[in-house]
Write a protein that binds this ligand. Structure first.
Ligand code: GLU
Length: 465
């Protein structure tokens, strides 16, 4: 292992939503940097002009902000680095690590057809590759050349992947790849290497869909005389049917989890467990994750996305969260439903009461609604809990409640117990109609706490309705 300062990066292409797999890659890169007191860089790989969109860039930046993965440098945009890539291409040509290739499309097609006819992998026959004593074809007048990288012919590329272990690829597998197109624009593998060299990236942590690029990239590091970083290729995430997650079928933008009432720490906790583990620990904070994280504990096999587990973790993180913070998000959900909270109980107090019984903040907002306006009881609730004798009893209850010296959960609890005794009934025969009448539903936290929060005037008003 090298002793250079730890610098990692997340390098998304802005060609769609920032989805789960991308955030997991960002999380592991970020955690590795944080753990080692290093630097985390954000780089937007926007050279694919046809597929890159400003909306996608915005989705990446918003998503990173929402999950709270802070970057120390960037965002850098590859499109703003074109001059630099061109300079390096010039250097590669000068040093003989790259060369111009004037093959026309027809020639390349013919090469491909011949290779296929021989049952071989289609490859470039190195026709324009300069060699000692070799005479190159005459330069055609009408062809704009591409620039090809001069890949070593013999030997193999080997690296110790921090996740997948030792990998060796024979150079016969690799072509003299194109690093600049006829119009001079650089290609993907080349830009990544120039950036990772210039940004002094020590650990390239990325999805294992890039593992085939790595041997080509290692050759380019060597050609540039640069130190080869540590590579860590993270396993894929499969969907709940065990299929590879596809952008089209499974992509949910990470900010959609916000809209669905997830806490970012719950999502990160869940993603941390996809392909990595610390004993049997399921629920943990981001701080714990950073403390425990080690690339060597990342599993090389794919993991499966399990929505129920994410939901369970969300419930745990809601329980652990500060009610005032939950209230900020729940207030927005309530506002979307047209529920005004200004005149009712403090929303943070409501959230404190509900946080043990909500799997998402959307659910919490649904439950919070009756603290601000009564819900309409369903026919079933009326049938079960709001019969004439229940209404009679609630009237008596209201009279007693109006006269209580104080209005808090303890006073109400004592009063309800006395009332139940005095009526000669069981607790549910008072508790359920009370909930049904005041809240509109019967599935609520402890009735004394609910009544206390709603407040005396409002409770009496609802009981009289
Ligand atoms: N831009 C690439 C992607 O979004 C990542 C390249 C890399 O991490 O080296 O898949």
């Amino acid at each position: 292992m090298s002793s250079r300062p730890v610098r990692t990066r997340f390098a998304p292409s802005p060609t769609g939503l920032l989805h789960i797999g991308g955030v997991r890659t960002a999380l592991f890169s970020w955690a590795h940097a944080r753990k080692h007191g290093g630097t985390f860089v954000l780089r937007i790989e926007d050279t694919d002009l046809e597929r890159s969109t400003p909306e996608s860039v915005a989705a990446i930046l918003d998503g990173m902000h929402w999950v709270g993965l802070d970057y120390d440098e960037g965002p850098f945009y590859q499109m703003q680095r074109m001059a630099r890539y061109k300079t390096v291409i010039g250097q590669m040509l000068d040093s003989g690590h790259a060369y111009y290739c004037y093959c026309s499309r027809e020639e390349l097609d013919a090469m491909r057809a011949e290779a296929e006819a021989r049952g071989e992998k289609p490859r470039y026959d190195r026709r324009w590759r300069p060699e000692e004593g070799k005479t190159l074809p005459a330069v055609p007048a009408d062809v704009q050349p591409v620039v090809r990288f001069r890949t070593p012919i013999d030997g193999a590329v080997t690296w110790d992947d921090a996740v997948k272990g030792r990998i060796e690829i024979g150079n016969v597998e690799l072509d003299d790849l194109i690093i600049a197109r006829p119009d001079g624009t650089p290609t993907y593998n080349f830009c990544v290497v120039v950036d990772d060299v210039d940004m002094q990236i020590s650990h390239v942590i990325r999805g294992d869909d890039h593992v085939n690029n790595t041997p080509r990239q290692i050759h380019m590091y060597q050609a540039l005389g640069a130190e080869v970083p540590v590579f860590a290729h993270l396993p894929m995430i499969h969907n709940d049917q065990g299929q590879k997650m596809s952008k089209r079928r499974d992509a949910v933008s990470v900010v959609d989890y916000d809209t669905q009432g997830y806490l970012p720490e719950a999502l990160l906790n869940y993603l941390a467990r996809l392909g990595w583990g610390h004993g049997d620990d399921e629920f943990f904070t981001l701080e714990q994750f950073v403390e425990w994280f080690d690339l060597k504990d990342v599993s090389p096999s794919p993991s499966r996305f399990d929505r129920d587990k994410l939901l369970w973790l969300n419930a745990q993180h809601i329980k652990a969260a500060d009610p005032a913070r939950l209230a900020e998000r729940v207030a927005a959900f309530l506002a979307d439903k047209g529920v005004a909270t200004a005149d009712g109980p403090q929303l943070a107090d409501v959230c404190a009461l509900l946080k043990d019984r909500s799997q998402t903040l959307v659910e919490m907002a649904d439950q919070a609604e009756y603290f601000y306006r009564p819900l309409n009881p369903t026919a079933e609730v009326v049938e079960k809990h709001l019969q004439p004798e229940d209404e009679e009893r609630l009237k008596l209850f209201a009279e007693g409640a109006a006269a209580l010296p104080q209005w808090d959960a303890a006073t109400l609890s004592a009063f309800i117990k006395d009332f139940v005794k005095q009526q000669g009934v069981k607790m549910p025969q008072v508790g359920m109609p009370l909930r049904a009448k005041v809240c509109g539903i019967t599935n609520t936290p402890s009735v004394d706490a609910v009544l206390a929060l709603i407040g005396r005037d409002e409770v009496l008003r609802r009981l009289a309705a």
